[in-house]
Write a protein of this length. Structure first.
Length: 125
């Protein structure tokens, strides 16, 4: 596959960065695209994680101690064995960002970084 940059200002920025880093312009573009795709995946997993916690009570009632796979906010599969589940998900979805998480009765723990220590949100000192 070949991709061509047609935006002159973008091309100039890539060429300037490539010269500053003594890297080929193609390498700079590859790295930029990879970082962008990684960010999209991270954002998708974050959204799936939020969906997991939104439906946590229902998940505990239906899938306690199972692993669930969540894609686009929906449960797409579940299994007690995480490896079997992951294999099926990779076969079905390839490299798409699918969250696989164990359903436990434990509530979500939100932590906040403060002055060198972690503390639970809502905790009083």
């Amino acid at each position: 596959m070949s991709v061509e940059l047609k935006e002159p200002r973008l091309l100039a920025r890539v060429e300037r960065l490539a010269a500053d880093c003594t890297q080929p312009a193609e390498r700079i573009v590859e790295m930029a695209v990879q970082l962008y795709l990684d960010k999209l995946d991270a954002d998708a997993i974050h959204a799936e994680t939020e969906a997991f916690w939104t439906m946590h009570a229902e998940l505990v009632a239906q899938y306690a101690n199972h692993h669930v796979a969540i894609y686009e906010g929906e449960i797409v599969d579940h299994d007690q064995d995480a490896r079997r589940l992951e294999a099926r998900i990779r076969e079905r979805f390839g490299a798409a960002p699918v969250l696989i998480a164990q359903v436990t009765p434990h509530a979500r723990r939100d932590l906040r970084w403060r002055g060198g220590r972690l503390e639970r949100l809502g905790a009083t000192l």
